[in-house]
Ligand binder design. Structure first.
Ligand SMILES: Cc1ncc(C[n+]2csc(CCOP(=O)(O)OP(=O)(O)O)c2C)c(N)n1
Length: 374
């Protein structure tokens, strides 16, 4: 059993309203305690690890600035939601993850009013957020919908279908692009290369940018023609981004671990009269855990582990792993029949198809990470 960390501030936060009664300069300490609590919990239960550790500061900042649960916070996939669960009334059950009858490892509507959408499939969050934003428009409510989507999930088609329609949602829609330059394994492909280009061509917004001129990135109330001219000029000046071309106001990149940057940007975004807005936040998967950082793909999800040494504890069961049985059976089929091919969406090792990929590289397709299985 690992010893539980000391968390004096976090102990006062049962729901986000408690968080909002704290001073902004206390939030970094809350985040540090939240990270320690998450590491302690996952070491005893196993579970998704790297993604949650990367969004600890973002989770605190979002619940501090936005009025959840009235503002709807939607986590894409939902595998990064452990810090969110700890802050939204479920800390006392966080060590029941991966136990029968315990907390779900993903967001789940029946579990909490702070989980407006449950997924586990990737790339659905923006569509869901648009739907909720439009419903609020019909109901005459000003509440926001905030989708947090990773750079890996942003490479799937459904995210584009949603962005194509985002204009419908106006300023009620906020998309946070959580860019950690990782999917489950290192990402490959056009979207990843594009985001790297955006990042390398821009510096992080500085405190000065945020304080003085972030509103310049949002439009002033102009007539339509004038606005179009201004947008055109702005696109030329900044080089534009794909997101601007799709009708978003793009803000970023922002350091997703720095509260002094996150809070004022999110406050501006919350109060903006125009939208939809996309905030490009840069984070580090596995942040704050040496083992998480050393092998981010290995620490996407983990079994129980020793907090001090990082040693992963193997299950005592002698039963063969389902993925291995499946992979070996598929290889046998493929040896008999050359028409058998394997398709995976960024999960070669999670599905066992990495074994198939080593034997039959030309018959393996990873639709999220081209050639990754070869
Ligand atoms: C439709 C679908 N395809 C593939 C997956 C497997 N999967 C789980 S998380 C994920 C993406 C992880 O990358 P990212 O969105 O960048 O989030 P991160 O874990 O890096 O925070 C994928 C592809 C899935 N859950 N759903």
């Amino acid at each position: 059993m690992s010893r539980k960390p000391e968390t004096p501030l976090l102990d006062k936060v049962h729901v986000p309203a408690d968080l909002r009664s704290l001073k902004p300069n206390q939030l970094k300490d809350v985040a540090d305690e939240l990270r320690a609590e998450m590491i302690s919990a996952v070491s005893t239960t196993g579970g998704h690890f790297g993604s949650g550790l990367g969004v600890v500061e973002l989770t605190v900042a979002l619940h501090y600035v936005f009025n959840t649960p009235d503002d709807k916070l939607i986590w894409d996939v939902g595998h990064q939601c452990y810090p969110h669960k700890i802050l939204t009334g479920r800390r006392d059950r966080i060590r029941t993850l991966r136990q029968g009858g315990g907390l779900s490892g993903f967001t789940k509507r029946s579990e909490s009013e702070y989980d407006p959408f449950g997924a586990a499939h990737s790339s659905t969050s923006i569509s869901a957020a648009i739907g909720m934003a439009v419903a609020n428009r019909f109901a005459g409510k000003a509440d926001k919908s905030i989708a947090v989507i990773g750079d890996g999930a942003m490479s799937a088609g459904m995210a584009y279908e949603a962005m194509n329609n985002a204009g419908e949602a106006g300023n009620r829609l906020v998309v946070i692009l959580n860019d950690n330059d990782m999917s489950i394994a290192p990402p490959v492909g056009a979207m990843s290369a594009y985001l790297s280009r955006v990042l390398s061509s821009r510096e992080y917004l500085s405190i000065r940018d945020i304080g003085r001129s972030i509103f310049k990135r949002l439009p002033k109330p102009l007539g339509d023609t004038a606005r179009r001219a201004e947008e055109y000029a702005r696109g030329l000046a900044t080089g534009g981004t794909l997101f601007e071309e799709m009708g978003f106001y793009y803000i970023g990149p922002i350091d997703g671990h720095n509260m002094d940057h996150l809070l004022p940007v999110l406050e501006n975004v919350r109060d903006a009269k125009e939208g939809p807005i996309l905030v490009h936040v840069v984070t580090e998967k596995g942040r704050g855990h040496p083992f998480g950082k050393a092998a981010a793909d290995k620490y996407h999800a983990v079994p129980k582990f020793d907090v001090v040494t990082g040693e992963l504890k193997k299950s005592a069961s002698n039963a063969p792993q389902y993925t291995k049985v499946f992979a070996n059976a598929l290889v046998q089929e493929a040896e008999k029949d050359e028409r058998v091919v394997a398709i995976s969406a960024a999960m070669p090792s999670g599905t066992g198809l990495d074994i198939f990929g080593k034997k039959f590289p030309d018959r393996s397709f990873d639709v999220a990470l081209p050639n990754n299985m070869r």
